[in-house]
Design a protein around this ligand. Structure first.
Ligand code: ATP
Ligand code: MG
Length: 331
């Protein structure tokens, strides 16, 4: 089924992730015992040209690890990443290609900007690393992108240092820096979650405006399903390193088929007075007391778990553009 999905989108996709896995071995602090964390386990999805694909899931589900694997800042244990139908391997040419075309926006602006550099140097740095144009070309491009992210008066902003800006302005600098190379893909890892609620919407609107204007494909990583729905077109719901549900965003969020997606939606739904006395079926962040990697990873928390769930379910195509990894058919 997943194979069919991948073939179906080949024509208009820009990025394809095939069977990507990354496990970490964690050592105990007080003992020699090690523990394997399956941070990303056999994950496949594709990103179409000009679309926003959301990766959502709770903390530790593997969202940032997927972004790092795409940018090759860490290497996968297995699986493939294809950019414009060509596999990105670990050779210099492939790395240069993905890093030119794919930029990252981190949750914390200080993860990607040097506090000791001024804004002109911060935004111009990727152009210098990739040896784009001469000094005056680069300055022109820096001014252009600062205007695009509406950081004005530009001449003054250029000379400032990150600590002289507000949180919202700093995240605009990060966006400008990401745009400087005219990337085809932006990986935005919780780009608004550290911002004040009052300026989150502004930042999302700006990203959406620039995404449409330049037809940039986005992978938008978030915990927040409300902003996911605002910004995204398709979504993959991650649970402990596995995509458990994927499809068109309204299909998945308004008609969730996986109990985990339903629980995430319940957690953000408006309290209904008639339901106030009903106990939530699934408590998010409940501790797990079974080997989660045996069978369906969600079964310890799932109110619908059956014997069959001790065998891992695969992601099946249940309707056009809707994929679910669950044996129980929820409506
Ligand atoms: N370098 C590492 N060494 C060991 N374990 C790691 C490493 N990086 C990530 N992990 C583990 O892999 C799992 C996935 O981590 P990841 O950071 O991708 O999650 P996430 O979905 O981005 O979470 P968050 O929402 O908190 O950012 C977690 O259990 C994490 O502890
Ligand atoms: Mg993360």
């Amino acid at each position: 089924m997943i194979y069919f999905f991948i073939q179906f989108y080949t024509l208009d996709e820009i990025l394809r992730i095939e069977h990507l896995s990354k496990f970490f071995i964690k050592k105990g602090i007080f003992s020699a015992k090690t523990n394997t964390v399956k941070a990303v386990d056999d994950v496949s999805f594709s990103l179409k040209k000009g679309e926003v694909f959301v990766l959502a899931g709770e903390s530790g589900s593997g969202k940032s690890t997927i972004a790092k694997l795409i940018l090759k800042s860490i290497h996968a244990d297995s699986g493939k990443i294809l950019f414009e139908n060509q596999e990105i391997k670990n050779d210099k040419k492939s790395l240069e290609k993905i890093r030119m075309n794919c930029q990252m926006i981190h949750q914390d602006p200080y993860d990607s900007i040097n506090p000791r550099m001024n804004i002109a140097d911060i935004v111009s740095e990727p152009l210098e690393i990739h040896k784009i144009g001469n000094k005056s070309d680069r300055r022109k491009r820096v001014i252009e992108v600062l205007q695009e992210v509406k950081l004005e008066p530009t001449e003054e902003i250029l000379k400032k240092y990150p600590h002289m800006l507000s949180g919202g302005q700093r995240q605009r600098v990060v966006l400008a820096r990401a745009l400087a190379l005219r990337p085809k893909i932006i990986l935005a890892d919780e780009p608004v979650s550290m911002l004040d609620v009052s300026i989150r919407a502004e930042m999302l609107e700006l990203m959406q405006e620039l995404q449409k204007k330049h037809e940039i494909s986005f992978i938008y990583i978030t915990h927040d399903l409300a902003t996911a729905r605002y910004f995204g077109q398709r979504i993959g719901i991650l649970y402990l390193g596995k995509i458990v549900e994927m499809g068109l965003i309204d299909e998945v969020l308004l008609k969730p088929k996986h109990p985990y997606t339903q629980a995430l939606m319940d957690a953000i739904s408006e309290p209904d007075p008639e339901n106030l006395n009903k106990e939530k079926k699934i408590r998010i962040n409940e501790p797990l007391d079974i080997d989660v990697y045996l069978g369906c990873r969600f079964r310890a928390r799932c109110p619908y778990a059956i014997e069959k769930c001790k065998t891992e379910p695969s992601l099946e195509n249940i309707e056009k553009d809707h994929y679910v990894a669950c044996y129980v058919n929820l409506d």
